[in-house]
Design a protein around this ligand. Structure first.
Ligand code: FES
Ligand SMILES: [Fe+2]
Length: 347
């Protein structure tokens, strides 16, 4: 599959945890196979620039952030603002036919929201157009990331996303005593969302959820390109609460995807943190290990299967992706064709 088919454009990708980027920090990241400098100016503003100096190609991430909120290239000291405009070429003495104001490095739209940094990856030719949307919002008041686990998966974004939505792997991949239970028939309702679909609110069957009280319910969404919200709501100690788990798959390149789980909960629920610390890395590690194993088969480019009903979310993902890619290519609105549906499987 060509990278152009693999990566959807005109969408936001989760690029970094906001707390990991202090003032004056510069970091080289790969996003959709492109080198992107993510940094924070002295005034606190986050920015994202193509990590290639337009002069002679040195990564700007190897430079430094200057007091006047520019990035200085380490090779000849050219300086760039957060909007990508060149503000200084130190070698000029005046009178040369070079105008720094006409020199730019690509600037990506960037947002700092809910403790995360999102970068907008525009379609070719629309790099300077305003974003078609805003990044996904965590559905809580003033959300603060309480627990984060990030792992690099050696697989394409597609296999990472499908793994997240795959309801049938649980008893095999996550067969830990604290998670496992005898497979049984599941009947779940799904409904369309603007850019994806949701497994509508239901009572979870896993015993581990009973730690969060008797009336706990969950809802799981998936929206393009790779944003999954799992919301657990209930009442505990007489107070209603919501815990939100946001999972994002960020494609670094065609074969490497960073999967990050960021959990949000109200401060008074702090005592649930040890459960995440204990189980979280193992849980995500299970998913990472199975795609590493899968790579051994995918090397040979086999034909794969998607079956009813357990693989229907994966079928929807591919279908929505195709429609999104077509809508971007033809510059027409994305129309989600999914309808409310009930899926049944055993897991
Ligand atoms: S390569 Fe960046 S200033 Fe020359
Ligand atoms: Fe999993």
């Amino acid at each position: 599959m060509a990278d152009d088919d693999l990566f959807l454009r005109d969408l936001w990708y989760m690029a970094a945890q906001a707390a990991s980027l202090k003032r004056g920090a510069l970091r080289r990241e790969m996003l959709l196979g492109e080198p992107v400098l993510i940094g924070r100016m002295k005034d606190g503003a986050v920015f994202a620039l193509r990590d290639i100096c337009p002069h002679r190609g040195v990564p700007l991430s190897a430079g430094r952030v200057m007091a006047e909120n520019t990035v200085e290239c380490p090779y000849h000291g050219w300086r760039f603002r957060a909007d990508g405009g060149c503000s200084l070429i130190p070698s000029l003495v005046g009178g040369e036919p070079v105008d720094p104001a006409k020199i730019r490095v690509r600037a990506y739209p960037v947002r700092e929201q809910d403790g995360l940094i999102w970068v907008y990856m525009a379609a070719p030719g629309r790099e300077s157009a305003p974003p078609r949307s805003e990044p996904p919002k965590v559905p809580l008041e003033a959300p603060i990331p309480r627990w984060v686990e990030s792992q690099i998966f050696s697989c394409s974004i597609d296999h990472a996303v499908i793994g997240l939505m795959d309801p049938a792997h649980g008893p095999y991949v996550h067969s830990h005593w604290w998670w496992r239970r005898k497979p049984r028939e599941k009947v779940k309702n799904y409904a369309p969302l603007p850019n994806g679909f949701v497994m509508t609110r239901h009572k979870p069957t896993k015993p581990v959820y009973s730690l969060l009280g008797a009336d706990v319910t969950t809802e799981i969404t998936l929206e393009l390109p790779s944003t999954r919200f799992a919301t657990i709501a209930g009442t505990l100690l007489g107070r209603s609460f919501a815990v939100v788990g946001l999972t994002t798959c960020t494609p670094l390149d065609a074969q490497t995807t960073r999967v990050t789980q960021t959990f949000y909960w109200p401060a008074w629920l702090g005592f649930i943190r040890p459960f995440f610390t204990l189980m979280g890395p193992t849980f995500l590690g299970d998913d990472r290990k199975i795609v590493e194993l899968q790579r051994e088969g995918l090397k040979f480019d086999p034909r794969l299967m998607l079956i009813q009903d357990a693989d229907v979310p994966a079928i929807w993902y591919h279908r929505l992706k195709k429609i999104w890619a077509d809508s971007v290519a033809s510059d027409t609105p994305f129309v989600n064709p999914l309808k409310e549906t009930t899926l049944r499987w055993r897991s």
